[in-house]
Design a binder for this molecule. Structure first.
Ligand SMILES: Nc1ncnc2c1ncn2[C@@H]1O[C@H](COP(=O)(O)OP(=O)(O)OP(=O)(O)O)[C@@H](O)[C@H]1O
Ligand SMILES: O=C(O)[C@H](O)CO
Length: 393
């Protein structure tokens, strides 16, 4: 059963959801329901609580997403309007045992938000749902059916509370996540003879701040002299803005510093998460290509590979935004390369046109095009830093 094209609920997905709910309801205490859950699950399992229609649910979801709601805000609302989300599927399956194997596409791996937690019992607070809708000025735009369901939520919350006793029947296990991807990438980096350093699986926030952070870390690691203290100070100021904790920044700078002074081989900094791009233009691109483009500008002035750093940003699903590429690879030579080919980077950035830029630059050589991977644990960022000959006084 397939459905939810373009990650939005549709009639095919609703038919699949009905079939799944029916199957779950027929189970007995002798059965085990094995549920495989991945990102995209919210759109794949639409079960609007009557009288809400699929179209009305689609409209509310689309309006919230278009207004810039976070996945936590979006799924808080989706859980309230669906009878399979927020533990509803596990509830249908009672008294059977339920084991859910979960691939996380949400920072921090919160079980109740990944695919809106169909097997994770969660309380629904109407006040919380209304405050999300209010934040995006959508309270007046929601249809009467949605208001009706929200008005009936309090008794439902009490009902859910009574049923929490049965939750020992349900086991939720995260089997794949950005942390797992970074760990595996680190293992491969070591096999290739480089030294891996994992910064964080929780990089988020504005792509401009994220690119600045990677630029600073590259300058810190590539400095031939003792890095100026202002770099570390800016790293520590900027990191928490983009979801990286101070201790992870300190630990990473310590490892990068040791790499410089002890003359180790190349170091590969690994991080992951999901930065955001504020779309102002009409071009084609994705957050990974835009990040790579911006980091390329930040690296300007540093040595070129193989003596200088290389940066890669890629979506683990193999697709970055609505483009054929998963991301791109850049270094300190990007600006001059673009200039030489008559491409004005700032024009492409203003128009959010990173895919067109990378497609035209050197016949697309810097694009990362692995094809769809059929999985998704958000994005992976890599900064490869070669051994730097340092000046010892
Ligand atoms: N022209 C563009 N330039 C930069 N980013 C873009 C552009 N168009 C879309 N995006 C970004 O791509 C994302 C939307 O694409 P998609 O539907 O693939 O998102 P997603 O479901 O969040 O991604 P994924 O499936 O990789 O998690 C958003 O983060 C959006 O800001
Ligand atoms: O389906 C969803 O809700 C998102 O992909 C987050 O898991």
């Amino acid at each position: 059963m397939e459905g939810a094209k373009h990650n939005l609920p549709d009639a095919d997905a609703q038919k699949a959801a009905e079939g799944i709910a029916q199957l779950a309801r027929e189970l007995t205490e002798k059965d085990l329901l094995l549920v495989l859950i991945s990102g995209g699950g919210s759109a794949l399992l639409p079960a609007p609580i009557p009288p809400i229609s699929l179209q009305e649910k689609f409209d509310v979801t689309r309006k919230l997403a278009a207004a810039g709601a976070t996945i936590q805000e979006l799924n808080t609302v989706r859980r309230a309007l669906s009878f399979l989300k927020g533990g509803g599927l596990a509830h249908c399956a009672q008294p059977a045992k339920v084991v859910a194997l979960i691939l996380s596409d949400v920072i921090g791996d919160p079980l109740d938000f990944i695919a809106s937690g169909p097997t994770v019992r969660s309380d629904v607070w109407p006040e919380e749902v209304l405050s999300v809708l209010d934040r995006y000025k959508l309270v007046d735009a929601i249809p009467a059916s949605v208001k009706d369901v929200l008005g009936r939520l309090s008794p439902q919350r009490e009902k859910n509370k009574d049923e929490t006793d049965k939750s020992e029947n349900v086991h939720n296990v995260v089997i794949g996540s950005n942390s797992v991807a970074l760990k595996c990438a680190g293992r491969r980096v070591r096999e290739l003879g480089f030294r891996p350093v994992v910064l964080s699986p929780g990089v988020c926030g504005d792509v401009r701040a994220v690119s600045r952070l990677y630029g600073l870390l590259a300058r810190f690691a590539c400095s031939r002299e003792e890095p100026p203290p202002e770099i570390a100070a800016e790293v520590l100021r900027l990191g928490p803005e983009v979801g990286v904790e101070s201790w992870d920044l300190c630990r990473t700078m310590q490892v990068l510093g040791e790499g410089r002074t002890e003359g180790w081989g190349a170091t590969c900094l690994l991080a992951g998460g999901e930065p955001t791009v504020e779309l102002t233009g009409k071009g084609r691109g994705g957050r990974n290509q835009e990040l790579a483009l911006r980091v390329g500008l930040e690296l300007r002035g540093l040595e070129l590979p193989p003596k200088g750093p290389v940066f890669l940003s890629g979506g683990t699903d193999g697709q970055d935004g609505p483009t054929e590429a998963a991301g791109a690879i850049t270094d300190g030579g990007l600006y001059e390369e673009a200039q030489a080919q008559g491409l004005d980077i700032n024009n492409f950035l203003t128009n959010n046109d990173s895919f067109t830029f990378f497609s035209r630059l050197s016949s697309g050589q810097r694009l990362l095009v692995p094809g769809l991977t059929c999985t998704n644990v958000m994005d992976v960022h890599m900064l490869l830093i070669p051994p730097i000959p340092i000046n010892i006084r």
